[in-house]
Design a protein around this ligand. Structure first.
Ligand code: NAD
Length: 351
């Protein structure tokens, strides 16, 4: 694992604030990382995960929160970037009590950080926190939009794949385009539905074999081994499981010419983005294509618009993909590096 520098990973700007929150009564151990509030309060989900070490959890919180700054900036949201991770307690635990304690930690930041769902957390967890803090989103509202951001994230990834297929692969539609999907969770499953409806041919893998069997039955997908999905003989690769899937070991074996997926922090290091480019593979940066969920919860938090308006805003991600690819050509650089510079130039308060 990359060694940690508490005041900024080598490739990152320093974080404004990092809170280590504990609550012995509930077993809460959480890290709330506020990377930037330059554009507004730091907004980003909360992950509940079993980490191999506290250092790994801190590393995740620091990287994910920086990613949120870039994601929110590129999506033109009036929010900065933050993220929280809760170290999953061993054995049985009182989930509502744990999230109430986490909600109190969020509240202690007085609005500098706003939370929502991420891997391992649910709309019920978010609803439970409302009793202790208003700085929470991703809660279904009766007769209105809001709640689970995953379908919106999937839609953003889908329109990105569609745009990338046109611009990179020269395909006018997704009919017959072969897509490998790593992870059939909340986002991956919705993405599989959209792709199937558009006529794409799916190759899928998930550690949960029941999900794979369902995808085979429902979408006519081909099942792949989890260890082989990244190297599948396809046109497009959509990583929708966990981070760092694009690394020294996996990049040389990738066949797809386009990569666009929901997982955060797909590149293990910036050098892996360069290696993809050298192999003629176009990697659309994760935080550009997976912004649909944050767009949804941000609108919900601000009580703005309705379902159709959210979907229209998420669909604009495709325009940004197009602009990014134009910028890449002009800069003679990689999409990951150009997107980073583009996003960093927007880390200022919107006019
Ligand atoms: P999820 O937990 O619902 O789904 C993840 C899926 O990946 C699960 O089905 C899991 O079994 C599977 N998986 C885990 N390890 C795997 C492996 N090695 N190979 C194949 N499958 C594996 O999570 P999600 O909400 O669908 O999010 C997926 C990714 O997208 C995460 O990285 C998350 O941070 C990111 N993301 C999610 C959202 C959102 O709206 N949910 C928004 C932005 C980014």
């Amino acid at each position: 694992m990359t060694p940690i520098s508490l005041f900024g990973l080598p490739e990152q700007a320093p974080h404004e604030r990092v809170l280590l929150a504990t609550d012995p009564a509930t077993g809460l151990k959480a890290i709330l990382a506020v990377h930037s509030t330059a554009r507004g309060p730091a907004f980003g989900g909360c992950r509940l995960w079993h980490y191999e070490s506290e250092a790994a959890a801190l590393n995740d919180a620091l990287r994910l929160s920086q990613g949120m700054s870039l994601k929110n900036a590129l999506a033109d949201l009036p929010f900065g970037g933050g993220k929280a991770v809760i170290l999953k307690p061993e054995g049985q635990f009182d989930r509502p009590a744990l999230f109430a304690a986490f909600g109190r930690a969020v509240q202690s930041l007085n609005g500098a950080y706003i939370t929502a769902e991420d891997v391992g957390t649910t709309t019920a967890d978010m609803r439970g926190m409302q009793a202790v803090t208003p700085y929470v989103s991703g809660i279904p509202r009766e007769g209105a939009f809001g709640g689970d951001p995953s379908p919106k994230t999937a839609w953003g990834v889908f329109v990105s794949i569609r745009a990338g297929a046109r611009l990179v692969l020269g395909r006018s539609s997704l009919e017959g385009v072969r897509v490998a999907l790593q992870g059939l969770g909340a986002v991956g499953w919705h993405l599989a539905e959209f792709l199937h409806q558009a006529g794409a041919k799916l190759v899928v893998a998930d550690v949960d074999t029941a999900k794979v069997e369902r995808a085979v039955a429902q979408f006519g997908a081909v099942a792949a081994h989890v260890g082989e999905i990244l190297a599948a003989d396809v046109d497009v690769l959509a990583p929708c499981a966990l981070g760092a899937s694009l690394n020294e070991q996996t990049v040389p074996a990738i066949h797809a010419k386009l990569i666009a997926g929901a997982a955060n922090n797909q590149l293990a290091t910036p050098a892996d983005g360069d290696a993809l480019q050298r192999r003629g593979i176009c990697y659309l940066p994760d935080y550009l294509v997976n912004a649909g969920g944050i767009i949804s919860v941000a609108r919900e938090y601000r009580n703005e618009g309705e379902e159709q308006a959210v979907m229209a805003e998420v669909s604009k991600i495709a325009e940004r993909v197009e602009e990014l690819l134009q910028r890449v050509q002009a800069a003679d650089s990689t999409p990951a590096r150009v997107a980073d510079d583009w996003a960093r130039s927007k880390l200022v308060r919107p006019a």
